[in-house]
Every structure is written in C-alpha cells, then in structure tokens.
Write a protein that binds this ligand. Sequence first.
Ligand code: BGC
Length: 755
Amino acid sequence: MRRPLACVSLLQTAALSLALVACPLSLTAQSNIPADAPYRNPAAPVEQRVADLLARMTIEEKATMLSGSGWMESAPIYRLGIPAIKMADGPMGVRSWAGSSAVTSAANGPAAKVLATSFPSGVTMAATWDTELVQQEGQAIAQEVKALGRDMILGPTVNINRVPLWGRNFEGYGEDPYLAARLGVAYIKGVQGEGVIPSVKHFAANNEEFERHRIDAHIDERTLHEIYLPAFKAAVEEANVWTVMSAYNKVNSVHCAESTALLTDVLKKEFGFKGFVISDWGSTYSTAPSVNAGMDLEMPGGQPMQTWLARASTQASGNGAGWLTAEKVLAEVKAGHIKEATLNDNVSRILRVIFASGLFDHPHPGGGEVDTPAQQAVALRGATEGLVLLKNAGSLLPLDAAKIHSIAVIGPNAAVARTGGGGSSLVRPAHAIAPLDGIRDRAGSNIDVKYVLGVGMEGEDPIQETPEARANLLRQATETAAKVDVAVVVVGRYPKLESEGFDVKTMDLPAGQDELIEAVEKVNPHTIVVLNTGDAITMTKWLDTTPALVEMWYGGQEAGHALASVLFGDANPSGKLPVSFPKRFEDSPAYGHYPGENLKVDYAEGIYVGYRYYDTKNVEPQFPFGFGLSYTTFTYSDLQAFPLEIATGPKSSPMPLVLLEVKNTGTSDGAEVVQLYIHDNHSKIDRPAHELKGFQRVELKAGEEKEVTFLLGREDFAYWSPTKKAWVAEPGKFEIQVGSSSRDIRLRAPLELKK
Ligand code: BGC
C-alpha cells in the first residue's frame, strides 16, 4: 500500500512532526511486510508479536522510538505500522495536549478546543475512600480519552503528601501509602480496562515543587520502601500498570530519569515492571546513563521539544530534554556505551504496551462524545462522597429547606467554580457549577439566596486594592450576613496560589479570608465555612466559634451541586480526610526539613509521615487522618481476629481474618468508612503507633447493621528491612484496631503472628 505523499515528505525531514503523527496507519503499513507476519496477528500472544516486530526493525528505527515525535506523541514507525501513542494530561480528566502548561492554559481560554469533564481532584477522590468509584472514574476518563482520539492519560498521581505546602497535594491521594496504593490500583484498572494507557507518576518522591528539577531528596531505604514506593509497587504488582513516569527531582543524589537504583533495581527487578518508563516532560539530563538506568521513552520530542527547550525560561527552571533523540542514541550505541540488547529492551517495552493495550489493532480515531450524563454522574458522585464534614456544632447541618428563608453565599470562592489546582492537571470543562450556582439550584424559589464577594481573591481581584475598597467589601458581607438565616462562607485558594510548578507559600488562608470568616461569624451564629483547598489550612483564628465546617477540596465541575446536596441533607456526608490537618505548619513532621538547603532536602522525619508522626509522637492535629462526620451515627461491635490463619500466607490466598459488626444507629441513611490499623506490640525496630492496612466504605440504611470483613496477609504486618533488603513480618503479638479515624479507634483485638 502506498503511503500518502504528505507523509513521505514529512518522514524525510529530520524532525517527526505532529502532522506526521496524524497519518492514518491503515494507509502506511508497507506492502513488503507479509500480511501473516505474526506481529500483525491480533490473536498471537503479545510476547510473540513483540519479538517478531522487534526482529524486523532496523537499529535506526529502534533508536527513533526512544523519544517523542511531538509534545504529546511518541514516535510512529510507519514502515511497520507502529502507531504513535497519543497522550493527554490527566489525571482528573482530559486536558488539552496542545503543548506545555503555558500553551494549554492559554488555549484553555474561551476558545478552548478541548472541553472534557473536569473530575474531582485526586485528594477529593481519596477522601471518598471508595475504590469502586475511583475505578469508575478511571474508566470514565479513559472513555473520554478514546472519544477525543487519544491513547494515553498521564495519571494517576500517587506521590505522598509529605508537607502541607506541596503545590500538587490536590493531585495526589493523601499521606498514606496504603490508601494511595488502593486508589492508584483502582484508577489504573479503570483506565486499562478500556484499553487506554495510564501513567502512574511521578516515580519517585516528587513531594515538593520548590526547584523540582534540581532538588535532591535524601531518603533512607526503609522510608522509601514504606512510604514513597508502595503505591508504585501496587500499581505494578496488582494493576500490572503499562507505564510509569519518572519524576523531575533527584533521589539520593541521582536524577530519577537516570537512577539505576530506582528504574532498574526497584521498578524493573524488585517489582517486576514489564511496561515502559516515560520521562516527565523535560526531566532527562543524559543519553547513555538514562538509557542504561532504565529510561525507555523521553518526552517531549521533535520540533515542539526543540522550540520549548530553546526558551530561556525552560532552561532557567532546569528542564533537560533532547537527550534521547535517535541521533544521540545511535551515536552512543555505536560508541559501545549503550548495548543493542538494552535498546531492544526499551523498544520491546513500548511495543508490549502498544500490543497489550490493543492500540496496534484498534486505533482510537476520535470523534466520540465526552461529558456525557454518565461521566458527569461519576464526577458528581466523587465530589459528593469526597466532601468532608469537619465540624457540625449544634447540628446546624443539614439545613432544613422548609424552615430557611434566606441564605447569603459569601467569599472569593463562592461564585467561581474552582474545579482544580493549577498546572498540567487542570481540565477545561464545558460547564462547571460554583457553590453559589449549586446552592441556588437546590434552594429553589422559596429561599432567597444572596451573594457577596466579601474579599477579593489574593492576586486576582483588583477590586480590593485600597483599604477603603476592602473595608467596603467586608461591610457589604457583614450587612448581608446579619440579615439572613444562614451564611455560607466559601474560602480557599485557586490555581494561581495552589499549583504544579511552585509550592503554596503559607498554610494560612489567602489575604483577608480569615478576617471575612471572623466578621461573618460575629454577625450570624448560623455560619457554615466551606474550604475549597487541596490541603490543610490554618484555622485557629476562627475554628472555636465556627458552627459548621466543610472541606470541599477541588471537586471538579459538579462540586457546586455536591456541596448543596450535602448542605441540604440530600446526601449524607461520608468523606474522610486522606491527610492529617495539623494545627500549624510548625506541627507538621517535615517542618524544619523542607524545602531543604542548597538544593538538598533531607527526609529526616523518615517513616513518620502524617498520622504515623502525629499518633506516635503525640502531637495533636487539628483534624486527624481518616476523620469526617456524618448526619448519622455508627457503632462498632463484635470484633473478632483469627490468629491461626495469619500463617497461611499472602493475600493471594486470603482468608477472612477480621470480622466486626457496624450499625447505623441514627435516623438517616449514610456511609461509614471503617478503617483497620495494625499496631505492632513487640517489634525489635522502631515502628509507628499504627498503620492503615484495610478500609471499607460501608453504606448503611438507618438502623441497618452489616458484617464487615477484612482480609490480611503477612505483608500487612511487615516492615522493610534495609539489612535483609526485604519486607519482614516478625512473628509475635500485634493489635488489630478498627475505627472511624486514626484517633478514633473503636475496637481492638490481639492477634498473634505465628512463624
Ligand atoms: C508534569 C507531569 C505532566 C507533564 C506533561 C509535567 O510538568 O509534572 O505531571 O504529565 O508535565 O504535561
């Protein structure tokens, strides 16, 4: 079959362009490849197809595959019918693939071409503790990826929330490696189940944005294995993830993109990863060392990469790119610095994913529908289940629509839908429901809903430039709040203050927001404070007098409706914090070891991250990990733990080992997230007070009781031994704890681990 002329001429140019990527595969596979070549047979085993195709490739073609052909496309080889993998950012929906964040943010203006469902941020989904829902979210996003003609979504983000100031905390699944692992696995299964390629990121220890290209995270081996790697391990071992994205930063003095310790020893050998490693965008700094360390695909590539790299700002921020071009790779192969066997391994990994995902046989032509009612429903459920009710003094909530006549919705985040934090994850939706919209829709015509800004958003609203203007805004807010039945103050940050690319400056709310809350609370005793943030903020100034407090995170396009449904009691809140909220930044475990000095950050707190720190060192957080209120009450009883079965081995042959009863003792239907922690009574080494090793979100009708069952394996009792270089479960006495948060343990049972 003849290749279209346009494609031929483009192929002859040095740089593979986006236009080339668009050449239809069916027109390009060459006739001299027999139709019955094993690699072209969809029924042949993947490994056979990989081996057959690899054997037909020239060394030049192999080298071409190690770098992208464009901003978001891998290199196609038309002679053999190898398609480009067409990517899109993620993780909470499909973002434009037009170029760097700067380019796509501009493209995200009113004329945006890519309008996709904006799903709730990672931290919101983590607050649902609902693995089934996260899997549905992954599936829905994958369907949109295909509908838009792409093949790969750059997510999920499973980096651990180490410091409350990390600019990307909103993207990840919180502070606990077990929770992050469960949710990462669920997301990946949802995506891969649709034949779409996910990329679990960023491997590893991308826990701050400060100098993210240059920062060198010093982390001991045990901490790496117990805190920062488990979500990646689970992604590989349980979800069989197809790609892993390396991080920008250095770990123990080596850039992740050229870390043999991470990419080869841990990921490929220890975890058994069979897919390909993709660099973060501009995270490579060498040719042979990167390839030999296990880097398989450098992104971006082609002309878009060259143009971007030539910019002073790209260089200044420390990006590295253009190291794995065919020319450079071939030169290193010829010089003997890269073995052909290594190149074969890189290419085999990429081919394996192209075959395993179905992309080779069933390309995604696009032209499908996105933002469908079904996808919106997933986004709405995520935003609703992820809402965390933190305080409800005097049962102000839920609001009784029959008794309320007026509501004032106040604040810089009230009338604008702040769907996500900033950076590569920010999706442009076709519509988004702000808190004010949601409350208005729900309140109907019998309740008068007023809106006042109260304070402009820091850095956004010129309206508050003078002290007079600020006083005026505040006065309008208090005057309105004083006259209504209920005041809802929606505060928080926005993408210019909480984003990829820089850390959040302070745990305090942006300028004027504390004062707004205090002033409104003074004039209206029925004030509900709503936080629209990706992580904890300091609330000591007003919390004692605040009647009701809700964390809505960045809940995506449906968040306004989700908020209203919880405020009015149509939905019973069931979200639980996936991260501890400290009282002050100074109380957080990494305080004093962040952001580091001279571009080196020492993870001196070791394994004591989040509740492992607060609960072991007895530092009282503002709100503990796993905490969240409901409009109903739950009791826990009849805990039983079976010690004998524990010796039977890993979860692959699980036995029901922990049983308990949970009852909804209130008058409304609701859901409880039952959490299981393990406490080690006897360890010879230092271990945290307890560690989360199981959870279940249980829906219970009013008065209903259910048995909850947990399956445990030896690994749930283990710690990482740097001397043995293995997970070690020491036989002896443990305690099983079940409860409603890390600090609300309701039942305990001893359990002995036999040899
Ligand atoms: C981010 C990644 C993202 C990539 C492509 C990088 O700056 O760290 O998470 O997937 O850009 O946009």
